[in-house]
Design a binder for this molecule. Sequence first.
Ligand SMILES: *[C@@H]1O[C@H](CO)[C@@H](O)[C@H](O)[C@H]1NC(C)=O
Length: 209
Amino acid sequence: MKNSVRLMALALFMSVVCWFAIGLVDADTQINIVNQCSQTISACQTDQSGQITSYALGSGASQLIDVGTTWLGGVIWGYPGGSADPTDCNTAKPQADLAEFTTGDNNQDSYDISIVNAYNLPLQIAPTSSGSTCGSPSCTINNLNSFCQPPNTPTGPPGDGCYNNATSPSPGPNPFPTACPEAISYTTDTTGKVYGCQTGTNYEVVFCP
Ligand SMILES: *[C@@H]1O[C@H](CO)[C@@H](O)[C@H](O)[C@H]1NC(C)=O
């Protein structure tokens, strides 16, 4: 073999090795936010940084986000309408059910749906790779108007949800845990409701699953 051919073969081999190495190290988590609602919504995203990003999603639209190798305190929520305004997101956050994520922490991802503050839109978290056994919590409450009875109260816009005022299961009945048994409905209600997947898994966050 000519030296130049040998050199080219070696270069090719090294670049393939490099791409493999990058592929193994760079386990970015990708989250596809899907709007299956019949209406346009705004999806909001934040994390420990406190910075809010928002996307207007028409019915059937989706937005793929790359949250990097580690995402601490990641939260995704939504509200009706396409304003995609971080200020509206901020107001809607305590009026909404939340998809909560911590990914890439000790090679483990954890995620849950929280209705501790409120509920507004049907929501599901579904692992889309290597994760069929990790669990896909969802929470859907139909007829929010009739559901939202005292002490729980309607939030009004922009969230258009229902506040979970009964912050613990007692005193008196709290309809939230009954309506959404897979979601965390008060602060200590975490048993079996925090899901885990191996880091490197990708996810779908589906509104109106
Ligand atoms: C329910 O909680 C919301 C948000 O904290 C509050 O604004 C509202 O006044 C509460 N309603 C009742 C009946 O306590």
